[in-house]
Design a protein around this ligand. Sequence first.
Ligand SMILES: Cc1cc2nc3c(=O)[nH]c(=O)nc-3n(C[C@H](O)[C@H](O)[C@H](O)COP(=O)(O)O)c2cc1C
Length: 187
Amino acid sequence: MRVIGLNGSPNEDGLTAAMLAAALEGAAEAGAETEAVHLKRLTIFSCLQCENGWGLCRKEGGCVQEDDFADLKARVEAADAIIISTPVYFGEVSEVAKNFLDRLRRGAFAGPQANVMKGKAVIGIAAAGGSGGGIVSCQSILERYFNHLGLRLFDMIPVTRFTRSYKTETAKAAGKAMVEEAGQGQE
Ligand SMILES: Cc1cc2nc3c(=O)[nH]c(=O)nc-3n(C[C@H](O)[C@H](O)[C@H](O)COP(=O)(O)O)c2cc1C
């Protein structure tokens, strides 16, 4: 089983990244091959809303923009499960997380092609390192993406700077449990 984790924070050693690392550590402990992707290292432009808004991708299957999106999309599609860890910015997902999720969601509506994201398990992590405000709206936005993508929500983990120590344990346990659950399904 392959698990890919996406870090939506510019900080590679902050709260968002630590939560992702813990979840991936748990997944690896349960036997998964894991990969962490720091979205900020990649170039992923925002969606161009081509034509009347429904986009050329709907007709043609791929995005017309030449950046790192197609490669990452292929890696996410090749994974069996996904972990998305985003900082809470203004009560929402971060801009780099949004750019990627927006364009990935377009793919789920790309004409007659099957949505290969459908049914993959996902863990969402919303890291609100400031006041902790906006954590619920951020999770609600993540949930909306997951629903559109046809992902199967395994867990949604909110974390603040006050809850970091025990939520790190939760993230690790969640990553492990997600892989173990998938293993049971294959028996
Ligand atoms: C532009 C911006 C907006 C933010 N908005 C919120 C917010 O709405 N609520 C909150 O609790 N923290 C907010 N924060 C703090 C981040 O959630 C915090 O930096 C987050 O935990 C990411 O930390 P990390 O980069 O160490 O992972 C904001 C930070 C930035 C830079």
